[in-house]
Ligand binder design. Structure first.
Ligand code: AP5
Length: 213
């Protein structure tokens, strides 16, 4: 199965992608996570990506497209994958079409998490992540068993640098201008499965599993 999950920042893409890729036993490919990993190890890609991410801006299309193309060609993607956070512009959407053509792949479904803007800021300012493995937590919705410690790897739980209120608002405005047009792009391809954003994490997963594929 080849899936794509899209939605505004903080709509739960990463949370659902982690659950679904585990349930379906397919690769979880998050461009945001790939950039954060590169930043952590201090690579050239990481230094470049940090300049954009920390300001809430998108990393240029050609850089993002190249890392996705390389990743989708890897062995573990043969049995399926779930793309989280890519494409994010119409240019990236068209680039993905051409990557898929080369790979002789098709996307089975685009899951669109339709969360209203007013819910986003409070969700993201209360988000915490594991500084080691990247697992996602929330101060009210997904609390780690031990305060400040990751359930999965024991790493320290921190706040993402781009989760300040000012940066979140900028990310939302860029989402509305650059990414939202992809909703129509995938609607026209009859691939879109829209999930309302006012559901709990578990209800959202159930709705996707029973309604999207
Ligand atoms: P990325 O990491 O992809 O950030 P994002 O799209 O802004 O999405 P988030 O990770 O902020 O949110 P999410 O939708 O995954 O929500 P989550 O599950 O964490 O990208 C970061 C940056 O990298 C971008 O800003 C950009 O600079 C760059 N980048 C990445 N991809 C790029 C691309 N293709 N092109 C160019 N640049 C790119 O959930 C949020 C919180 O809510 C969590 O605390 C969670 O526990 C909680 N939560 C989840 N679901 C629910 C629910 N149903 N109810 C209540 N709380 C919930």
């Amino acid at each position: 199965m080849r899936l794509l999950v899209m939605g505004p920042p903080g709509s739960g893409k990463g949370t659902q992608a982690a659950i679904l890729s585990d349930k379906l036993n397919i690769a979880h490919i998050s461009t945001g996570e790939m950039f954060r990993d590169a930043i952590k190890v201090g690579s050239e890609l990481g230094e470049l990506a940090a300049r954009y991410i920390n300001k809430g801006e998108l990393v240029p299309d050609e850089i993002t497209e190249a890392i996705v193309k390389e990743r989708l060609g890897q062995e573990d993607c043969r049995k399926g994958y779930l793309l989280d956070g890519f494409p994010r512009t119409l240019t990236q959407g068209r680039a993905l079409d051409s990557i898929l053509l080369d790979l002789r792949n098709d996307i089975d479904c685009v899951i669109y998490l339709d969360v209203p803007t007013q819910d986003i800021v409070s969700r993201l300012t209360a988000r915490r992540i594991c500084g080691v493995c990247g697992a996602v937590y929330h101060l009210q919705e997904k609390i780690p068993r031990e305060e400040g410690v990751c359930d999965l790897c024991g790493g320290k739980i921190v706040q993402r640098e781009d989760d300040t209120e000012e940066t979140v608002r900028k990310r939302l405005s860029i989402y509305n201008d650059a990414t939202r047009p992809l909703v129509d792009f995938y609607q026209q391809k009859k691939l879109l499965c829209t999930i309302a954003g006012n559901l709990s994490i578990d209800e959202t997963t159930e709705r996707i599993m029973s309604g999207c594929f």
